[in-house]
Design a protein around this ligand. Structure first.
Ligand code: ADP
Ligand code: MG
Length: 255
C-alpha cells in the first residue's frame, strides 16, 4: 500500500513564535493523484507546501517522498544537521511553482530551465539543453526559449516556471496559487496546462481558489482552517456536501 504513495506526511506541526500555523497534519497522496488544497487566507496552505520542500523547517512530523524519508523534524540541532543530507537529496524530487517570482530575471527562458538541471542534477549542458528544448516544445512554449522574463506575459511566465520544474523530473509537483497573481484573461492558459499535466498522470498538490478547476481536475480536495486539515475527500463530495460548517461557509463566500 505505502509504496504507491508519492507523499506521506504524518504529524506535521509548525509554529512561528507562539503561533501554531500547522497542527497535526496527516496527508497521504497516491502516485498520479491530484489534490487541491483550499482554505481561507492565513490558514497555513503556503506554510504546508513550504514545509513539504523543507523551505520551512517543521517543528514536528515525518515526511516521505516516493517511499523514502525526506525528513524527520525533531528538536535538537544534531538531528536537524543529520537529516540535512537526506533533505538535499530529496528536494529535487519535488517541483514547486509559486504565485509569482518564479524565474530568474537575468536569464533567458532556456537558461532558466537549463541551469537548475546542471547545478542540482549535475546534467551536462548538452543533456540539459536537450531536455529544456523538449520540455518547452512539449508544452507548446518552444518559441519563448530565447526571451527574457520581462518580455513574457504573466501566464507565459507561469507556464515556463512549470516547464522548468518538470525538467527536473520531479516525483510530485506543488503549486501555490499559480494563477492568483494573473490577470483574469491569463488564468485560463495556466489552468489548461495544469489540466493537461494532471492527465499525464503527474502527482500534484495545487493550492487554489479556482473552485471550478478543483472540481474538474482534482481527485481529492483538502480543506484547511486555522492550521488543520478539516476535511479531506473526493472533490464532488467535499464541494457538494461539505460536512464541516467552516467549509460550508468558506465555499459560500468564494463561489
Ligand atoms: P495561507 O497560504 O493559507 O494564506 P500561510 O501559510 O501563508 O497561509 O500563513 C499561515 C500563517 O502563518 C499566517 O498567520 C501567517 O501570517 C503566518 N506566517 C507565515 N509565514 C510566516 C513567517 N515566516 N513568520 C511568521 N509568521 C508567518
Ligand atoms: Mg498562501
Amino acid at each position: 500500500m505505502k509504496q504507491d504513495l508519492a507523499l506521506s506526511v504524518s504529524g506535521l506541526a509548525k509554529s512561528f513564535r507562539r503561533d501554531r500555523v500547522l497542527d497535526d497534519i496527516y496527508l497521504d497522496v497516491s502516485k498520479g493523484e491530484v489534490v487541491a488544497v483550499i482554505g481561507p487566507s492565513g490558514c497555513g496552505k503556503s506554510t504546508l507546501l513550504r514545509c513539504l520542500t523543507w523551505l520551512e523547517q517543521p517543528d514536528q512530523g515525518f515526511i516521505e517522498v516516493d517511499g523514502k524519508p525526506f525528513g524527520r523534524a525533531l528538536t535538537g540541532d544534531t538531528v536537524r544537521h543529520q537529516s540535512r543530507r537526506a533533505i538535499d537529496a530529496m528536494r529535487p524530487r519535488i517541483g514547486m511553482v509559486f504565485q509569482q517570482l518564479n524565474l530568474w530575471p537575468h536569464m533567458s527562458v532556456r537558461e532558466n530551465i537549463v541551469r537548475p538541471q546542471m547545478v542540482v542534477l549535475r546534467r551536462t549542458r548538452e543533456a540539459a539543453e536537450a531536455r529544456a528544448a523538449a520540455q518547452l516544445a512539449g508544452l507548446g512554449l518552444a518559441d519563448l526559449a530565447e526571451r527574457y522574463p520581462y518580455a513574457l506575459s504573466g501566464g507565459q511566465k507561469q507556464r515556463v516556471a512549470i516547464a522548468r520544474a518538470l525538467a527536473m523530473d520531479p516525483a510530485l509537483m506543488l503549486f501555490d496559487e499559480p494563477t492568483s497573481a494573473l490577470d483574469p484573461e491569463l488564468i485560463g492558459e495556466v489552468l489548461a496546462l495544469l489540466r493537461d499535466l494532471a492527465a499525464t498522470g503527474m502527482t500534484m498538490i495545487v493550492v487554489t481558489h479556482e473552485i471550478g478547476f478543483a472540481r474538474q481536475v482534482a481527485d481529492r480536495i483538502v480543506f484547511m482552517d486555522a492550521g488543520r486539515i478539516v476535511e479531506d475527500g473526493p472533490a464532488r463530495k467535499v464541494l457538494d456536501s461539505p460536512s464541516d460548517p467552516r467549509l460550508a461557509s468558506f465555499l459560500s463566500l468564494i463561489q
